[in-house]
Design a protein around this ligand. Structure first.
Ligand SMILES: Cc1cc2nc3c(=O)[nH]c(=O)nc-3n(C[C@H](O)[C@H](O)[C@H](O)COP(=O)(O)OP(=O)(O)OC[C@H]3O[C@@H](n4cnc5c(N)ncnc54)[C@H](O)[C@@H]3O)c2cc1C
Length: 361
C-alpha cells in the first residue's frame, strides 16, 4: 500500500471506528480488545503491509500510524494500536522463530503483546528491579515479583518483561493465560480508555529472551524506538490542540469580533504554531538521518523532551483560549491536556532524557 493510501486508511478507521466511541470507552475505562482485530483487518497494525509477510519495521509508516491515531484526540489509542512494534523488535533481535510467530499473531490482531518493566520501587532506575527468575532442572523458568503501571497488563496475551536471573538483568516472555498472575487496576490521570495495571507474578512460567544479563543492551535499542514514537505523538497532539484553539478563536465572538482579532491571542497562537513547527522539523530531520546513520541517543532525547515541553505549553494554552468550554470532560482540548502530562514520565522521564543529553555534551 502506498504511504498516502495508508494514511487515508488509518484516518478513515479513526473517523469511523475510534472517534465516535471514545467517550464511551473512557467512561468504561477500557476500549474493546476486538479493536485490534478490526484494525488488523485493514492491515493497520502491520503498517499497511501483509501481516503474514516478512514484516520489518518502517519508521515513516510507523510515524504515519502514530500521527493519524493521535489525531483521534486520544493518546490511549496510540498506546493501544501502535506500541507493539517496540516489544516485537526485542524478539527480532534475539529469537527469529518466536518473532515470526508473535508478529503473525499480534499483527493479525489475534493476540496482544505488552512491555512490563516498571516495578513499584523502580521506574527510571531499572537497576533496582526485584522481580526474580529461577530455572528448574529442565531449564524452564518461573518469575516472581511485581510490575506496576502496565498498559493493558490485565488483559494482554503476552508480556515482555525483565527480571534478575542470578543477579543478571534478563528479558523474559510470559504467556499470561492460566499462568499465576494477579492484577489490579490503577486508574490514571490520562490515557483513559486504556487500562493500566499492577501485576504480581507468582512463579509464572516464562521463556528467556536473549542471553542472561543482556536486557540492558536490548532495551537500549527498543527504548530509542519508543522515545521517537512518543516524540511524534507529543508533536501531533500539540498540533491537534493548536488547530482546535485556532478554529475556536475564529468562531468565538468577544466584544463584537472574533477572539482571534485580539492581538494577544493572535500572537499566542503564532508562538504556539512556531514551536510546534520547529519540533516537527527536528523530528523529520532526525528520521531522515536515521536511515543513513542509525539512531542517536542524544537526538532522540532532545526530540522527546522538546516535543513534550511544547505539548504541555500548547495543551494548557488551548484550554485557556477555549475558556470554560475547554474544561468540559471529554472535549478535545480537555482530553489532550490530561494526556499531555503523562508523556514527561513514560518511555524515560524528562529528567532521564536530560541526563542522556548532558552526558553527550
Ligand atoms: C499511564 C502510565 C502508563 C505506563 N505504562 C507503562 C507500561 O506499559 N510499561 C512499563 O514498564 N511502564 C509503564 N509506565 C511507567 C513509566 O515508564 C514510569 O512511570 C517511568 O519510567 C518513571 O518511573 P517512576 O514512575 O517509578 O518514577 P521515578 O523513577 O521514581 O521518578 C520520580 C521522579 O524523579 C525523577 N528522577 C528519576 N531519576 C532521576 C535522576 N537520576 N535524576 C533526576 N531526576 C530523576 C523522575 O524524572 C521523576 O520525575 C507507565 C506510567 C504511566 C503513568
Amino acid at each position: 500500500m502506498e504511504l498516502e493510501d495508508f494514511r487515508n486508511r488509518v484516518a478513515g478507521f479513526v473517523d469511523e471506528v475510534i472517534r465516535p466511541n471514545l467517550a464511551g470507552w473512557e467512561a468504561s475505562g477500557e476500549y474493546p480488545l476486538e479493536l485490534h482485530a478490526l484494525a488488523a483487518e485493514q492491515h493497520i497494525l502491520s503498517l499497511g503491509q501483509d501481516p503474514k509477510g516478512d514484516f520489518s519495521d518502517d519508521i515513516p509508516r510507523r510515524k504515519i500510524l502514530i500521527e493519524e491515531l493521535t489525531r483521534s484526540g486520544s493518546q490511549a489509542m496510540v498506546m493501544a494500536l501502535a506500541s507493539h512494534f517496540v516489544s516485537l523488535s526485542a524478539f527480532e533481535q534475539t529469537m527469529p522463530d518466536t518473532y515470526k510467530k508473535l508478529s503473525a499473531q499480534v499483527l493479525s490482531g489475534e493476540k496482544t503483546l505488552v512491555l512490563a518493566l516498571t516495578e513499584p520501587q523502580a521506574g527510571s532506575d531499572l537497576r533496582n528491579l526485584r522481580c526474580v527468575a529461577e530455572a528448574d532442572e529442565s531449564g524452564a523458568y518461573t518469575l516472581s515479583g511485581e510490575k506496576s503501571f502496565i498498559c493493558n497488563g490485565n488483559r494482554a496475551d503476552y508480556i515482555l518483561t525483565a527480571a534478575l536471573l542470578e543477579d543478571k538483568l534478563t528479558l523474559f516472555l510470559v504467556e499470561t493465560r492460566g499462568n499465576n498472575i494477579e492484577s489490579q487496576p490503577i486508574p490514571c490521570l490520562g490515557w483513559q480508555g486504556l487500562p493500566v495495571s499492577y501485576l504480581r507474578f507468582n512463579q509464572a512460567g516464562a521463556v528467556r529472551v536473549g542471553e542472561p544479563g543482556k536486557a540492558g543492551r536490548i532495551l537500549q535499542k527498543i527504548l530509542l524506538q519508543e522515545r521517537l514514537n512518543l516524540a511524534v505523538m507529543a508533536n501531533t497532539s500539540a498540533a491537534v490542540s493548536f488547530e482546535a484553539a485556532l478554529d475556536y478563536s475564529k468562531e468565538r465572538q468577544i466584544q463584537g469580533k472574533p477572539l482571534f482579532e485580539q492581538q494577544t491571542i493572535r500572537h499566542r497562537l503564532a508562538d504556539m504554531h512556531g514551536k510546534i513547527e520547529l519540533c516537527r522539523a527536528y523530528i523529520n530531520q532526525y528520521i531522515a538521518r536515521v536511515a543513513q546513520s542509525g539512531p542517536d541517543v542524544k537526538e532522540v532525547a532532545i526530540a522527546k523532551n522538546q516535543a513534550v515541553a511544547v505539548l504541555e505549553e500548547v495543551a494548557s494554552q488551548a484550554v485557556q483560549i477555549h475558556g470554560a468550554s475547554g474544561c468540559v470532560a471529554g472535549s478535545l482540548v480537555e482530553r489532550i491536556y490530561r494526556d499531555a502530562r503523562l508523556l514527561g514520565l513514560g518511555g524515560g522521564s524528562t529528567e532521564i532524557m536530560n541526563e542522556m543529553i548532558s552526558r553527550a555534551l
